[in-house]
Design a protein around this ligand. Sequence first.
Ligand SMILES: C[S@@+](CC[C@H](N)C(=O)[O-])C[C@H]1O[C@@H](n2cnc3c(N)ncnc32)[C@H](O)[C@@H]1O
Length: 256
Amino acid sequence: MRFVGEIAEIQQRLTRSREFADRRHTVLQELAPRRGERIVEVGCGAGLLLREIGISLGPHGLALGLDISPDQIATAAKECAGVPAVVPQVGDLLAIDQPDGVFDAAVAVQVIEYVEAAEAAVSEIRRILKPGGRFVCLATNWDTAVWHGVPRALTAEITAAWESHAPWPNLPAVLAPMLARRGFRVTRQIPVPVVNPSWHPDSFAWGTAHLMAAHAVESGVSETVAHDWLDALEKAEAAEEFFFSSLPIMTTAIAG
Ligand SMILES: C[S@@+](CC[C@H](N)C(=O)[O-])C[C@H]1O[C@@H](n2cnc3c(N)ncnc32)[C@H](O)[C@@H]1O
């Protein structure tokens, strides 16, 4: 999935949901940025977390925000305007234009699963971290998503298509050994659950469902099926039968 155009717009709306705000808080606590540090956020998207990291670092720190999508970086640059530590940059996390061992910490929120060469991405992040540098990586095990209140057959078509939205749709399940192979010591993996008992345009579930429907159509599912699924979710909400949950996992590791 490429986060440009309409897909970037939906994803950016999603990041402004209450659930994303909670998640940012959790990730920020784990990352624990200290004044003057140099931190890189790979796949920074719309830059909401990047802004908070930059503020925590103060004017003498560096919060480098990398994203391969110019649309995302344009939004991140606006979001972070006026925060001196923040530098948003278009770039590929597989080839970060930085010397070895210069960052105190790195963070990736729902990013590594989109990179086919995920293990090479982990290596590249290790390369730019100082020994002892922190890496916080949040990703979802998509097999844990529950969409309740809609016909199961419709959901099955959409979720089957969603399998291909990222090369690693259940990244947390394989991440710890991958990190260990690439020079990290994993310190913990904890759940950061999302629960949406209602469906509305500012909810995590709404944004995610619209990304899923768009991806399903791109993957060959008919527009009618995608439309019917979104419509069924709307009706489930009206009937007070809607429920969504998913189970992202936050993994923390230290560069050896
Ligand atoms: C699901 S979005 C998450 C954005 C943001 N971290 C958030 O939580 O809102 C994934 C992001 O990773 C970026 N991305 C994917 N592959 C990348 C790569 N190879 N290098 C840099 N960024 C990449 C995408 O452009 C997109 O903005």
